[in-house]
Design a protein around this ligand. Structure first.
Ligand code: SF4
Length: 294
């Protein structure tokens, strides 16, 4: 049966933090300022390719110095995940101008982690130990905060120290609830702040109803994006015919057997133009008309 409707999720598209950092990059590049992002500015290779074509360079921590060697005109762009204070100090030492694209929601997490750390609390982040945002938050606690990702990680916590718990902004509500309960079982004195980004929580609810409307769903996002993984899992729990792709090339025609309605959505790091392009490609292949969102 041919696809009768292709629906682009009107609530999809990058979050405010990602839009902000991309605008900062574009603004500097348009002004002719050589700009290098410290780490991938967005977890989406297609969007990275577009920004690279505009002139954005990407450097890792080891290549930091290379920015200065570019002649002193280059700026370093701090992405939405934020960085540890030591990175800003290092930029200052090297005489490199910083464009701070840290998302304000992440800045708030860093601020509270620092305040509680300075007051002597054991600071605990629920999230992925190697995630850039989490590494940045640890840096605001002199590297002394603990990260818990699985229940077994809770065993490393000191049960007798006053403890402050916060979340990596992109974890699921489910993970927050279960890990917080595990911490409260072990540690006697716990204060906490749910720092999951409201954009992420709201998107979870919207996505559930969007995924339920479609026979098949294409969820578009970078394979290296935490938020994409969380959001894809949300879709998949509601609609087992959800497929995670990065580009239209990965679409398998067999996914659409007996499917009348195909929904296309994406994560906080997926540009809306990419969803539309994939919708057009799918419509072309299935000879159906791309319908406006419902
Ligand atoms: S998901 Fe939320 S916290 Fe993360 S960059 Fe976007 S707006 Fe900021």
């Amino acid at each position: 049966m041919p696809i009768r409707r292709i629906i682009i999720d009107e609530n999809a598209g990058p979050c405010g933090g990602v839009k902000r950092v991309i605008k900062l990059a574009e603004k500097n590049l348009a002004a002719g300022i050589q700009t290098a992002s410290l780490g991938a500015v967005i977890h989406n290779n297609v969007e990275i390719d577009r920004l690279t074509a505009l002139g954005l360079d990407t450097v890792d921590q080891a290549e930091f110095q290379r920015v200065e060697e570019g002649g002193g005109k280059r700026k370093i762009l701090i992405r939405a995940h934020g960085e540890a204070p030591s990175v800003f100090d290092r930029a200052q030492e090297l005489g490199i101008d910083v464009v701070d694209g840290t998302c304000p929601v992440v800045t708030r997490s860093q601020k509270y982690a620092r305040i509680y750390h300075e007051q002597g609390y054991q600071v605990v982040v629920i999230g992925k130990p190697r995630h850039a945002e989490v590494i940045g938050v640890l840096g605001h606690c002199d590297g002394q905060a603990k990260v818990v990702h699985e229940e077994a990680d809770v065993a490393q916590l000191d049960p007798d120290r006053p403890t402050y718990v916060l979340a990596q902004t992109t974890i699921s509500d489910e993970m927050w609830t279960s890990m917080l309960a595990a911490i409260q079982k072990r540690v006697h004195n716990v204060v906490w702040r749910n720092t999951i980004c409201a954009f992420v929580s709201d998107r979870e609810m919207e996505l559930r109803s969007f995924a339920a409307e479609c026979d098949v769903m294409l969820f578009v996002g970078g394979y290296n994006s935490s938020n994409t993984k969380v959001m894809y899992d949300v879709c998949r729990a509601v609609n087992p015919r959800a497929h995670w792709i990065e580009t239209a090339d990965e679409i398998d025609p067999s996914w659409f057997d007996d499917a009348e309605t195909v929904g296309i959505s994406g994560s906080a790091s997926t540009p809306q133009w990419l969803l539309e392009r994939i919708g057009e490609e799918l419509a072309r292949r299935s000879d159906s008309e791309s319908m406006p969102p419902v």
